[in-house]
Design a protein around this ligand. Structure first.
Ligand code: NAD
Ligand code: IPM
Ligand code: MN
Length: 376
């Protein structure tokens, strides 16, 4: 298969971890005989420095024409002045919105070998396997913002259609898993949450009666996520709650550096789908894949970032955008095997020897040779 992958390294450790993911994807491509083309473009602070804009038109255009997008992270102290006119994070929000990526899938399944890295007691972690579906293009992130010298406001808005589509996506996922959906909101206080709850209840009752639905308020969810994480299967929630709960959930896995994500729109696209005749772009939406962590300014440039979240995001890219299930499995098995072997970067290695980003990446690539069995 030939596929064009747009790579947006971004800032801080973004370039370090995307380089690792690209190396792994290249290795998988060689093993299975795929021709992956990688095309780097600017986003975030790097794009502001070069062009003045966090999402240059050329980047968005390239992303629209690609088969999939792999992103590192954006942001950092250099661009964090509260008075700054443009911010790296605006680039990320803009590309999510422009590509219609309303469903952000964030799987959390603590690896047995990394349980020691979690602050949660190991007996609570065994068997944890949950998937957070975070609404990604609505809510308070995208509402009107106002600011005077002494007041500020961020409007949180949702319409029924925005809630329905992400809930349907979460229900479909739940069907392929353990059939349980937890919808998280703050319906005791927020009007948007009352609409969220009402809509979720209706969609499940009408379209997914086989799904076991429960509603959970976000504050107690934050607590239960740590005290009984095994009970959750698919969790669906609005944009900001999903952002916060998944950084919390990363501590079940032991590090932010372990959690990948897939941001998907209406139709999961596959490479080779017919191109639109008029402008060469494709008719369905494209997927964007990124680790859930940020640019980690505190460790950037030192070659010690954990590359596994980015590498696993590459696996999600193969699965969801290119339809390459075996190749995706192969990456996941290779990461799992190197974790079993104790190949830990500093964020995971409590006391033992920590490997560099490069060593961890090489270990995964070496392991691929054992895990991948391409059918001739
Ligand atoms: P962060 O996720 O960058 O870092 C939080 C902590 O986790 C830090 O101690 C960091 O060293 C550690 N960490 C994160 N990823 C790691 C990895 N792969 N390996 C080892 N350790 C890792 O969050 P922050 O410090 O709050 O934010 C820094 C910047 O990143 C901000 O500008 C923020 O806006 C941005 N950010 C971007 C994204 C994104 O691009 N998707 C996501 C989150 C934050
Ligand atoms: C994430 C990040 C982003 C978000 C920021 C950088 C805009 O925290 O991808 O989780 O809040 O969505
Ligand atoms: Mn976040």
């Amino acid at each position: 298969m030939h596929a064009d992958i747009v790579v947006l390294p971004g800032d801080g450790i973004g370039p370090e971890v995307t380089a690792a993911a690209v190396e792994v994807l290249r290795a998988v491509g060689r093993r299975y005989g795929h021709a992956f083309g990688f095309h780097e473009h600017l986003i975030g602070g790097a794009a502001i420095d070069a062009t003045g804009e966090p999402l240059p038109a050329a980047t968005l255009e390239a992303a629209r024409r690609a088969d999939a997008v792999l992103l590192g992270a954006v942001g950092g102290p250099k661009w964090s002045d509260p008075k700054a006119a443009v911010r790296p994070e605006q680039g990320l929000l803009a590309i999510r919105k422009a590509l219609g990526l309303y469903a952000n899938l964030r799987p959390v399944a603590p690896h047995p070998a990394a349980l020691g890295a979690s602050p949660v007691k190991p007996h609570l972690l065994t068997g944890v396997d949950l998937m957070v579906v975070r609404e990604l293009t609505g809510g308070i992130y995208f509402g009107e913002k106002t600011r005077t010298a002494t007041t500020a406001s961020d409007l949180c808005e949702y319409d029924v259609g925005e809630i329905e589509r992400v809930v349907r996506r979460a229900c479909t996922l739940a069907r392929s898993r353990r059939g349980k959906l937890t919808s998280v909101d703050k319906a005791n206080v927020l009007e948007t949450s009352r609409l969220w709850r009402e809509t979720t209840t209706r969609v499940v009752a009408r379209e997914f009666p086989d799904i076991q639905l429960e509603h959970q308020l976000v504050d107690s969810m934050a607590m239960h996520l740590l005290s009984r994480p095994r009970e959750y299967d698919v969790i669906v929630t609005e944009n900001m709650f999903g952002d916060i709960l998944t950084d919390e959930a990363s501590m079940l896995a032991g590090s932010l550096g372990l959690l990948p994500s897939a941001s998907l729109g209406e139709v999961a696209r596959h490479a080779g789908a017919a191109r639109d005749a008029t402008d060469g772009s494709r008719s369905a939406t494209i997927g964007l894949y990124e680790p859930i962590h940020g640019s980690a300014p505190d460790i950037a440039g030192r070659g010690i970032a954990n590359p596994y979240a980015a590498i696993l995001s590459g696996a999600l890219l193969l699965r969801h955008s290119l339809g390459l299930e075996d190749e995706a499995d192969c990456i996941e098995k290779a990461v799992s095997a190197v974790l079993d072997a104790g190949v830990f970067t500093a964020d995971l290695a409590a006391s033992g020897r920590a490997v560099s980003t490069r060593e961890a990446t090489e270990a995964v690539i070496e392991q691929l040779q054992l895990e991948c069995q391409p059918v001739p």
